[in-house]
Design a protein around this ligand. Structure first.
Ligand code: SF4
Length: 367
């Protein structure tokens, strides 16, 4: 069954204002949400909804869609209506699409004021429309499109420049009594990004959307995001996250979910505790771990499965897990809740673990 006490977490969340992105609450009173962004042409409603469904299945809580053209803006009502998760419209350059997105029933709108010309004159109007519809706004400052004034003042996109830009833009909304804001200040350098968010966290109580921008291909981007988010989440900073990868967005969601699960900020489901293998291994641990992971994909109950290459640490770890195997001599000792329940030949290890996992899942469903 489920653990009786909640698992330990590293830090208390920084106290923030709360806002509602559709049915998803964002802020310190709510779980940290995972976001991603579609890569389809937004105007292609079916393709976009299909991708949103895939992201939802992977654990995405909120999805963002780009809106670079009038055709995309026209597709927003259908997408916002049919998506299972809240849809945020991402607007650059053209304030008219901000109004279109609000009217379309998008759950929030992301603006990059550095990219919206004459944004300042439009703030009053945007604030009024957003407030009328209860639509939150994300102020998304990006190192690559920093406000020219701040670029001139700081010479480049320093942490101070990013934070000042976002806070200045937030103050424009605040002047119109609009506070339903969340903020992001993205940079491709995790060190700059971390510092920028720390400054923001000290200086405002808006919820923060974490992101390392242009983080790179999957391997590098995963690591950059994990270390940057980890450093901030450890301080309780961060209310919603987006991992950016030069890879399909489902991969971003998987990484985001895994980062939160690693810090106990989201309930763990399937967790594979597998050894790195070493000269003592009597089985191909990598292959076994991959096969078990693939076989148990999509398990909906929390399950810790140990996959160990030999009997040195094997039984110990396997005992700590819900389910496990310690291999040796062409056989696998199968453990359930610390007890060896059977020993099977190597070729039956994967199927046996899957069988036992299904049984545990069924039993926990009944309890
Ligand atoms: Fe090596 Fe055995 Fe430890 Fe795996 S469990 S790393 S094979 S000693």
């Amino acid at each position: 069954g489920l653990p009786a006490t909640p698992p330990p977490v590293l830090s208390e969340r920084r106290k923030t204002r709360q806002l509602q992105v559709g049915q998803v609450g964002v802020g310190s009173e709510h779980p940290i949400s995972v976001q991603s962004m579609t890569t389809t042409v937004t105007a292609d409603v079916n393709a976009t909804l299909q991708q949103i469904a895939e992201l939802t299945a992977a654990g995405c809580d909120i999805v963002r869609v780009a809106c670079p053209s009038a055709d995309d803006a026209e597709a927003l009502p259908a997408i916002a209506k049919k998506s299972q998760i809240p849809v945020i419209a991402d607007i650059h350059f053209q304030p008219k699409y901000v109004f279109a997105a609000i009217e379309a029933g998008c759950a929030a709108v992301r603006v990059n004021p550095g990219n919206i010309k004459k944004f300042d004159d439009k703030v009053a109007e945007i604030a009024r429309a957003a407030s009328d519809h209860g639509t939150p706004i994300r102020i998304g400052v990006n190192a690559g499109s920093l406000d020219k004034r701040l670029l001139a003042k700081y010479g480049k996109a320093t942490p101070e420049a990013l934070a000042e830009s976002a806070l200045w833009e937030a103050s424009l909304f605040a002047e119109h009594d609009f506070h339903d804001l969340k903020i992001s200040v993205k940079h491709n350098d995790p060190v700059v990004m971390i510092r920028a968010y720390e400054i923001l966290a000290e200086q405002c109580d808006y919820p923060l959307h974490l992101g390392v921008t242009e983080a790179g291909p999957a391997f590098q981007g995963t690591i950059k995001s994990a270390v940057a988010f980890g450093a901030l989440l450890r301080q309780g900073i961060g209310d919603t996250i987006r991992v950016s990868l030069s890879a399909p967005p489902v991969e971003e969601v998987k990484v985001g979910v895994q980062i939160l699960q690693s810090l106990n900020l989201r309930p763990r489901k399937l967790e594979i505790v597998s050894c790195p293998s070493c000269g003592r291994a009597q089985v191909d641990v990598y292959k076994l771990a991959d096969e078990v992971t693939a076989g148990l994909q999509g398990m909906e109950v929390p399950l810790r499965v140990a996959v160990m290459g030999c009997v040195v640490n094997g039984p110990g770890e396997a005992r700590e897990a819900d389910l496990g195997v310690a291999s040796g001599n062409g056989k696998g000792q199968i453990f359930v809740k610390g007890e060896v329940i059977k020993t099977v030949p190597e070729h039956q290890i994967v199927e046996t673990l899957i069988e036992e996992a299904m049984r545990i899942a069924e039993e926990s469903g009944e309890s």
